[in-house]
Design a protein around this ligand. Structure first.
Ligand code: TRP
Ligand code: SF4
Length: 415
């Protein structure tokens, strides 16, 4: 059912497609480590040149688990932004902002909460899982139950098309989609939508309008998801269309009244999984990580003392890379030749573990060098980091306000 690019272009002189929008956030609860870099940040850096990206510090989300330890959050907000900048996020290419500066997120959260069935939140898998895992914290709170709905507000307020997150967050994006659908069903419809949609379509050139109808037919009759995914980008090309026109045309497309809130898609991070030094998931709470800006000597010590295949006790014992966390690091950091050298040397007891670890150490240090260089100006002048966040927050606010305007009008609160 995949439709090719060419059949989706209305004519041969189509302008460059408008960039689709991406949004993601991270909780400022500790220094970022190489697991964050390989699992998410590297992907964000790539996306910033491909799509319109919004990345934010989810400090309210951090407060849901750290309401008794807010100093942790305070210490990590700007440190995390420095890690982002060190990793290569460029404030001229993407928008970086701070959640708690935008009360609009809280307003949308509150309005969505009115119609969200309690059971939707209770059945989100992370709710019980996290309560189990973080037993030292009392997470039987209203705020923690609402965590995924706050996340839905974060996403929907920017009408993001894509949310790059790991597998563990997929259920939150699914809840976001259900929430958008419910909102549109409850508040999208008006008596004269069909007339208004026809008027919106009449603003387009005949061939573009005809193309819209072709796409719509493809979607409605054949369930063409590619056509649906491209629709926002297609509509965004026409400056004559107002936000309400967009909502009407997107609603028409799927046979509904209006699509005020846009259903996002997960953009599962296609990343090399880097485990922690002990082979478990890299996590601050396990103390098995290497920070993005960790000092050189410490990286060397940590890798040199990493556990290896437990069966390889003496240098003369052959080892099995598949039972060794160092091998997982080779898979991320080493080229084929080095991997072959390590595997062959390990299984034949040709090399020792310290020898085997050296290329990994070298590769981590090499990867880190440009990050330290990029971080340097921000560390010596922290005001620049604050200015970046201020500017990004102002930019994000324009979109957040515009959406809230539509949301209030849709619910009928503009009296
Ligand atoms: N829950 C996300 C995490 O723990 C952080 C987050 C909050 C987020 N709001 C978001 C991610 C919106 C993507 C989109 O990683
Ligand atoms: Fe692990 Fe390398 Fe030692 Fe083999 S030689 S056990 S892969 S560190």
């Amino acid at each position: 059912m995949m439709t090719s690019e060419t059949t989706l272009s209305p004519n041969t002189t189509t302008p460059a497609p408008v960039k689709e929008r991406v949004l993601s956030g991270m909780r400022p609860t500790g220094a970022l480590h190489l697991g964050h870099y390989h699992g998410a940040l590297k992907n964000w850096v790539r996306l910033q040149s491909e799509m319109e990206c919004f990345f934010f510090v989810a400090d309210w989300h951090a407060l849901t688990t750290h309401y008794e330890h807010r100093e942790v959050i305070e210490q990590n907000v700007y440190e995390m932004v420095i890690d982002w900048l060190a990793a290569g996020l460029d404030p001229n290419q993407c928008t970086l902002f701070l959640q708690s500066r935008l009360p609009e997120h809280a307003e949308l959260f509150a309005l969505l909460a009115m119609g969200t069935p309690l059971s939707w939140l209770e059945r989100v898998p992370t709710y019980k899982d996290q309560q189990q895992q973080l037993k030292d914290k009392d997470l039987a709170t209203y705020g923690f139950l609402g965590y995924p709905l706050l996340q839905a507000a974060d996403i929907l307020i920017y009408k993001a098309h894509y949310v790059p997150v790991g597998e563990d967050q997929a259920s939150h994006v699914e809840l976001t989609r259900e929430t958008a659908r419910r909102f549109n069903d409850l508040y999208g419809r008006r008596a004269d939508d069909a007339t208004r949609a026809a008027a919106a379509l009449a603003k387009l050139a005949k061939e573009d309008a005809r193309y819209f109808n072709t796409l719509k037919k493809k979607f409605q009759e054949q369930g063409d998801e590619v056509a649906r995914a491209r629709l926002p980008g297609f509509l965004a090309r026409f400056e004559v269309l107002t936000p309400d026109d967009h909502a009407l045309l997107m609603g028409q497309f799927s046979g509904k009244g209006r699509t005020v809130l846009v259903e996002p898609q997960v953009l599962l991070t296609q990343s090399s999984k880097l485990p922690g030094l002990d082979g478990r998931k890299m996590s601050k709470s396990y103390g098995n990580g290497i920070a993005i800006r960790e000092d050189r000597a410490s990286i060397e010590i940590k890798v040199r003392t990493m556990p290896t295949d437990p069966a390889r006790v003496k240098r003369t014992d052959p080892g099995d890379p598949d039972k060794c966390p160092v091998w997982q690091f080779h898979k991320v950091y080493s080229d084929d030749t080095t991997q072959q050298w390590a595997r062959q040397g390990c299984t034949s007891a040709g090399i020792g573990c310290i020898e085997c670890k050296q290329p990994v150490i070298d590769a981590i240090l090499k990867e880190q060098q440009p990050m330290l260089t990029r971080a340097e100006p921000y560390l010596s002048n922290p005001k620049i980091v604050r200015d970046i966040i201020d500017a990004g927050t102002d930019r994000a606010r324009l979109t957040a306000r515009a959406t809230m305007h539509e949301v209030r009008a849709a619910i009928g609160l503009n009296y």
